[in-house]
Design a protein around this ligand. Sequence first.
Ligand SMILES: C[S@@+](CC[C@H](N)C(=O)[O-])C[C@H]1O[C@@H](n2cnc3c(N)ncnc32)[C@H](O)[C@@H]1O
Length: 453
Amino acid sequence: MSNSEEDRRRKYEEALEIKSLRRIISAFLNYPEAAEEDLKRYERSFRRLSQADKALLSHLPEKYQRMRRCISRNTFFIFEMLKAFDPPLDISQDPDICKQDPQNVSNNTKETNHCSCVPASSRKEFHPEGGEASVNATGELNVTTSPPPDWLDPSLQMRVPLVDVDKVRCIIRNIVRDWAAEGQKERDQCYKPILEELELQFPNRSKESPPSCLVPGAGLGRLALDISCLGFASQGNEFSYYMMICSSFILNQTERANEWTIHPWIHSNCNSLSDNDQLRPILIPDIHPASAGITEGFSMCGGDFVEVYGDASQVGAWDAVVTCFFLDTAHNITRYIEIISRILRDGGVWINLGPLLYHFADLYSQDDEMSIELSLEDVKKVAVHYGFQLEKEKTIETTYTANPRSMMQTIEKGISLDGGRDLLKSRILFRPCFQLLVTGYCVDGRSLLFIFC
Ligand SMILES: C[S@@+](CC[C@H](N)C(=O)[O-])C[C@H]1O[C@@H](n2cnc3c(N)ncnc32)[C@H](O)[C@@H]1O
């Protein structure tokens, strides 16, 4: 490719990324308006009740007012988070991507821009020791603590589809999984078995030369942080700006445990045991990340796993790779497995936990997106082909971003697999080194029994 073609391609990719970022920022900024629209809908429905039913449910208007206060508090948190975000590109102008020639853009770029979370193609590392002071969110609502950056000017805000605002609501629920005391049970189900396996596999860790561990699809970063605290040089990798903006804020900007208050469960009126349950506040983060005892070398790396770790510089670079609820995010799971195999050093360990609920399955989009959806049996076959040998297999029941007080719980049933690895490079013979914990999937529920007499 000539220099000018390369340049044009780079500019086009940059323009796409700026557009994505502006859309994501707008989704965060649209959060209060979208929530207010929901509230107005609830109020309209309430007004359509008969007088008798209105009298029976006379507390509902007050509930909607309480919800407004919860939304203000969530908005306050979101706004403080955005103010702390340092965009990797100048997003103050809306680029005209039509001026660029899309023919010159690789398929790979097109593919990532159709993903359910808009990816960050640039690499950016976050370090928990950095950052400025932030202010307590339990203070006055709608208080702003420092002037917002130019790119947060309301004139730049676009109206985005509701599906984008839904992603913001997802992030708020994800915060409970990773950074609230209420998420501890779920973390014990999902992260603890992984941490225990890491302990078993690397019993003699030294502070001076800690084993390295990569966590692709790290979400909001808690697992990567816990692995770091266990004595690993840990790196989380994540391609969604929604996730990265939030994890960066919690990892870099938090001053103390329980600094912020959010109301994660307000956006669903279904399966609540009581209004108080639905509106309850959650304090975050449950720990202060910077004083949690991280090991030197902890970082979060933004970018698509395939792009970043498919690079030749990554071959044999990692002692361990941990994938948690990540494998099924692939368009092509065999490529993920191939890369994991390539980046592990000889004798390295891969630990996986999660379902095979392929993210691109059943997407009836017009784009004919690639989605290779393998059974567990075939996943194991591909892993063996790429030099892995199964060491352990266990079944684990987990939830994913579940509201622990909801009447409805989605349980993900897990199997874990045990094996040793035929080394790709026969030079060194190490202990067996591959665990695959793979979950099946089922939906369960808790029902209530009423007895009237
Ligand atoms: C289901 S979530 C799991 C997050 C976290 N591991 C957990 O257990 O809570 C999958 C994560 O992988 C990220 N992801 C998906 N495809 C990715 C890719 N190609 N490169 C990097 N991250 C990716 C998503 O943005 C999302 O945060």
